[in-house]
Design a protein around this ligand. Structure first.
Ligand SMILES: N[C@@H](CCC(=O)N[C@@H](CS)C(=O)NCC(=O)O)C(=O)O
Length: 238
């Protein structure tokens, strides 16, 4: 019998499974695949690539959500095995859109828009008093520098919002109001989409992108369906 997978993630926040979409993705994947796991609060200083999530399993340490999913798929079974080649490619595109494009707009808006940062500060910094206040200044400076280097911070507010709205519309269109993206059973793309929709639908952050997702009944029903099936304890997580 296999040992449980040890998953390292930040503490839950804002009534969703995790402040990090990549952590929700992996934890939801584990739940869909019914893999035995134990979640631990990550010490960021120990993060193998300086990022969450990571897992430890049978002496191996694996970082990066997609590398984790690849390992878990090999070790415990591939959720995506039933997909046709076309579905597999579409899954890849949806995943990359959310993780590599939409994510950076949310990241920007969460950390660099003051009305949103007001919800970040109490979770990550306020518990540490003056040390937390100093850390917040350093972290925000770093985020600003990283996102300038990435390029998204060079967009106007309108350009950034338009890019994310187009992402949401594309994802919604591919989903087409179904309860899962493809087939009968959730696959990896559902773990990813759920992770990102949690951040848009059920956090205190607000703006046109959140509003677009909240007004899309197909997306809301989809996310609620996955929440009820895999995160039934969610109302208790605040
Ligand atoms: N490609 C990585 C991205 C992980 C990632 O960006 N995690 C963020 C939290 S959402 C993080 O750890 N950020 C800390 C940092 O960049 O210092 C994955 O799929 O796991």
């Amino acid at each position: 019998m296999s040992e449980p997978v040890h998953l390292f993630v930040p503490p839950r926040a804002w009534g969703i499974p995790n402040p990090s979409p990549f952590c929700i993705k992996v934890e939801t994947w584990l739940r869909i695949a019914e893999v035995d796991y134990v979640a631990h609060v990550a010490n960021p200083l120990k993060a193998p690539r300086g990022k969450v999530p990571w897992i430890e399993h049978e002496g191996r340490t694996i970082a990066d959500s997609q590398a984790i999913v690849a390992y878990l798929s090999e070790r415990f079974g591939d959720l995506d095995a039933p997909l046709t080649p076309e579905q597999r490619h579409l899954s890849h595109l949806v995943r990359r859109t959310l993780e590599e494009a939409t994510y950076f707009v949310s990241y920007h808006d969460r950390w660099l828009v003051p009305s949103n940062f007001a919800h970040v500060y109490p979770v990550f910094f306020a518990p540490y008093g003056i040390g937390g206040w100093i850390a917040s200044k350093l972290v925000v400076r770093n985020v600003r520098r990283n996102l300038w280097g990435h390029g998204i911070a060079r967009y106007t507010d309108e350009e950034r919002t338009a890019a994310a709205l187009a992402d949401i519309d594309a994802v919604s269109h591919v989903l087409g109001g179904r309860p899962v993206f493809f087939g009968e059973r959730p696959t990896t793309v559902d773990a990813v989409a759920y992770a990102f929709l949690c951040q848009l639908l059920w956090t205190p952050f607000d703006g046109p992108v959140q509003q677009r997702a909240r007004n899309d009944q197909g997306l809301v029903r989809y996310a609620e369906g996955l929440r009820d099936r895999y995160w039934a304890e969610i109302p208790a997580l605040t």
